[in-house]
Write a protein that binds this ligand. Structure first.
Ligand code: AMP
Length: 250
């Protein structure tokens, strides 16, 4: 069974984000980029399924401009077998990504598609769900454990009320939550090996996908800066301040 893993290139989660002066987006020039953390978890899970003899091939896919190939090579260094780069100059919205992945699924016929539950830049949390709808494949989102046997995946999901376990027929779309696994580091030999692994490039038009944007970001603003705190001398002064100055007790 083949596993298709969708990975997104995002700003490294440990970098302090700077909003562009004109509010058109966030600064990415000379900023360290990384594989979206939830996508790294998706690669790790696919690798564990391969190591368990359940998956036979791990294929990575990413949409973006040419630099995305760097991210795909980083994913190949984690052990994936090959990668597909879908070239596009615009940053594609979730529906475009989902349509593209759906088309790729028709060509690649994976037994399972693993995505991150959300990309940490847009915080959309949409692509996996849209992909499942477009393919009419079952979905199991926010996975914290995945067990695959025969033609079924049993997935424990992290939901507001606790944990939910469900079974889905394969092929299925699964999205990863934070506690699914701890991704491995790429070893030096694997980084070297990744350089010569197959990486295919396709364009959106070759896949028959129209990259029409349905949403437009009006403006991006940094959060308001926090005001400095004050030290109070006593509990009664604190209560007085809470009563008279804070919104919470009024
Ligand atoms: P989102 O719906 O944007 O929060 O993204 C959820 C997941 O969809 C990500 O964790 C990736 O697995 C996948 N995804 C989103 N954008 C891309 C992209 N440009 N290329 C490949 N996969 C993507």
């Amino acid at each position: 069974m083949k596993a298709l893993v969708a990975i997104k290139r995002v700003i490294d989660p440990y970098v302090k984000i700077r909003v562009k002066a004109d509010g058109s987006g966030v600064e990415t020039t000379n900023v360290k980029m990384a594989i979206n953390p939830f996508c790294e978890i998706a690669i790790e899970e696919a690798m564990r399924l391969k190591e368990a003899g359940i998956v036979t091939e791990v294929v990575l896919v990413s949409l973006g401009d040419a630099i995305v190939q760097e991210t795909l090579r980083a994913g190949l260094a984690l052990g994936a077998d090959r990668a597909v780069h879908i070239e596009t100059d615009v940053s594609p919205e979730p529906l475009t990504v989902a349509k593209t992945l759906a088309e790729l699924c028709q060509r690649e016929a994976p037994g399972v598609v693993i995505l991150g539950k959300q990309s940490i830049d847009g915080d959309n949390n949409q692509t996996g769900q849209m992909l499942s709808a477009l393919l009419s494949w079952p979905q199991a989102t926010f996975a914290s454990t995945i067990t695959i046997s025969e033609q079924t995946a049993t997935v424990t999901r992290e939901i507001d009320g606790g944990l939910e376990t469900l079974s889905v027929d394969l092929p299925a779309v699964i999205t990863t939550d934070l506690r699914l696994n701890q991704p491995r580091y790429a070893s030096l030999p694997n980084i070297m090996k990744a350089k010569s692994k197959p990486l295919q490039t396709l364009t959106l038009s070759e896949l028959g996908i129209d990259a029409k944007q349905h949403t437009m970001v009006e403006v991006i603003e940094p959060p308001p800066t926090r005001q400095a705190g004050v030290m109070v001398e006593s509990v009664s002064e604190l209560v007085d301040k809470l009563r008279n100055e804070a919104q919470v007790l009024s």
